[in-house]
Structures are given as C-alpha cells and as structure tokens.
Write a protein that binds this ligand. Structure first.
Ligand SMILES: [Zn+2]
Length: 107
C-alpha cells in the first residue's frame, strides 16, 4: 500500500524534512555531556582531555598510540580470535571424520 504518491521521495535526502536547529543543538549537548562525564571520571578536572567543550561533540576521548592499542597496531590476535580459530579447526576435523565414515559405510 502506498502512503505517498512517490515513495522514493522519502529516501531522497533533498526532499526529506531536516531536523530543527534546536534538536541538533540538543543532541550535540547530549554527546558533549556524555564524553565530558567519562573524561571527568578518568582525568582530573584541572587537566581535561579537551580545552573547549565543543571539541567533545566530534572529538574522540581515547588514545590510539601503539602502546595503548598494541595488539591492533602489531596485528596480535586477541583471545577471542584464538578461540574462534580453535573452534573452526575442530569443526573442520569433525566434518572430514564424518565424510570418511559415510564413505566407508557406503563402500
Ligand atoms: Zn596511548
């Protein structure tokens, strides 16, 4: 059922209604408050992560240096990756065991 004459126009970003400036400002404030609260929990108030509040809205409050993100920077597999690899290996072995068993029965 069609609600609009041209349904593709809803997905067209040029025809779609924009959010009001007040709404956008509110969302930005929300993001700033969240990141500022996280920052205040870790860093002391005299030495914040950003100098101005507006920087919190788009900025990231984490570190990407090779010391903090060692495993990502040097492609070291995580515990989850190792467990997944082990599971896949076991599944493949079981699969081939099943194939050989069915081949022996049919032969
Ligand atoms: Zn770092």
């Amino acid at each position: 059922m069609k609600f609009y004459e041209n349904e593709t126009s809803i997905n067209n970003k040029f025809l779609r209604k924009r959010a009001t400036r007040a709404y956008t400002r509110g969302m930005k404030h929300k993001a700033i408050c969240r990141k500022k609260a996280l920052d205040s929990q870790i860093n002391d108030k005299n030495n914040p992560w950003y100098k101005h509040d507006g920087q919190y809205s788009k900025g990231k409050i984490r570190c990407n240096c090779p010391i903090c993100k060692y495993s990502k920077h040097y492609n070291v597999p995580s515990d989850k990756d190792i467990a997944e690899k082990k599971y896949v290996k076991q599944a493949i072995e079981e699969y081939y065991i099943d194939i050989t068993e069915t081949a022996e029965i049919s032969a």
